[in-house]
Write a protein that binds this ligand. Structure first.
Ligand code: TRP
Length: 370
């Protein structure tokens, strides 16, 4: 089982003799716009980490290529995500912010590491099975995906090799920096597990002690799960229940006012239904504790009016998103600034990456004639 560090003190104690800050790496795939789920799930973690760690955050545009996006959309999306992260407070002078494809060392090391990665273990990865099924248009979740892939003769509905080797590329993203911590969601745990396995395998094959084993990172307690507005589970792009950082006031108010609720409490002190509890959960993220308490009490004594609660919720969400939205609009078209940020980021990332790549080539025997 993966070890998850929860105590900040345990690992980041700059005065404890070890001057070097621990290295943190995380990648963000460039698809769509950021929503409140991304903000509270990942981004807020990054913001807290950038002061205490040597953080390297990048936009994973090569990973985005695995699903063959429209080139113009891919390019726009890279810029967009970068602007959104900067607007939310990631600071290019504290953290190294770069675009994955700006660091060609990653592509080369990906080729090298692939020599030690099994096709079978890649095919067994949950996210691969998922995406392969989608690529082949399979709906059931039969166990025979491997056969379907090999048997498939269509050149259109193919499962591309990049998709299969997605975990190799991700492992390289992490190992090329010799990262200590990789803050990611639960859905990425399996990829992180593979990263550790590849690191161990490399070390033992070449009889070196070169790569460490990076672990996930959480600030104490439970990971926050941000619910959507449709009364069901998690906020997510594909669910269509999202509040985007970029939503304007009118859109945002409308979405919140339309959020699913129920017919109201039937008796005092009852447990709220899932859709109503979701609204409370959102409120706990954005509102003052006294506000949450006010509406919890109103629910308990049955005087609650969901309309009032939603109005308040929309107001408090706007307090979080409005300043970010204004900065996004400001930064988004400032090509000069964005270019400067990623240029500086790529330089720093390449400095670290080229050292690792040099060592890996040497270890593997790609030594040139000299
Ligand atoms: N696979 C990650 C995701 O889909 C993105 C990612 C790519 C990543 N490379 C990484 C995350 C390296 C952490 C570290 O969210």
């Amino acid at each position: 089982m993966a070890e998850i560090i929860t105590d900040l003190k345990e690992i980041s104690n700059p005065s404890a003799g070890d001057d070097a800050k621990k290295i943190v790496v995380s990648g963000i795939r460039s698809t769509g716009n950021l929503h409140l789920g991304n903000y509270y799930g990942a981004l807020s973690k990054f913001l807290r980490m950038q002061d205490d760690f040597d953080c390297r955050f990048f936009i994973a545009d090569l990973h985005a290529l695995t699903t063959n996006p429209d080139p113009n959309q891919l390019h726009a999306s890279v810029k967009n995500i970068l602007a959104e992260y900067l607007a939310a407070g990631l600071d290019p002078d504290k953290a190294t912010l770069y675009v994955q494809s700006d660091v060609p060392e990653i592509a080369e090391m990906y080729l090298l590491l692939n020599m030690h990665v099994g096709i079978g273990e890649l095919m067994r990865t949950a996210s691969f099975k998922d995406k392969a099924r989608k690529a082949l248009g399979l709906t059931g979740d039969g166990e025979e995906i491997e056969k379907e892939i090999i048997g498939n003769q269509s050149s259109q509905a193919r499962v591309n090799a990049g998709l299969l080797t997605y975990p190799t590329l991700m492992a390289v993203d992490i190992l090329i920096h010799k990262a200590d911590f990789v803050p990611v969601g639960k859905d990425q745990e399996q990829h992180l597990e593979l990263t550790r396995r590849f690191a161990r395998r490399f070390n033992s094959f070449y009889g070196v002690d070169y790569f460490g084993e990076p672990v996930n990172f959480n600030f104490g307690g439970e990971a926050v799960k941000v619910p959507g507005l449709d009364g069901s589970g998690k906020m997510g792009k594909s669910e269509g229940n999202c509040i985007y950082l970029l939503d304007d006031e009118k859109t945002l108010r409308k979405k919140v006012m339309r959020a699913v609720t129920d017919e109201g409490p039937k008796e005092p002190n009852q447990k709220p239904s899932q859709p109503v509890e979701n609204l409370f959960t959102l409120m706990e993220l954005v509102s003052e504790p006294s506000t949450v308490e006010h509406f919890r009490n109103a629910y308990a004594d049955m005087s609650i009016r969901y309309g009032d609660m939603k109005k308040q919720l929309a107001e408090d969400i706007l307090k979080v998103t409005t300043p970010i939205r204004e900065r996004i609009l400001d930064i988004r078209d400032n090509d000069e600034y964005l270019a400067k940020v990623v240029k500086q980021g790529a330089e720093r990332a390449r400095a670290a990456a080229s050292e690792t790549l040099r060592d890996v080539r040497e270890i593997m025997g790609i030594r040139g004639i000299r």
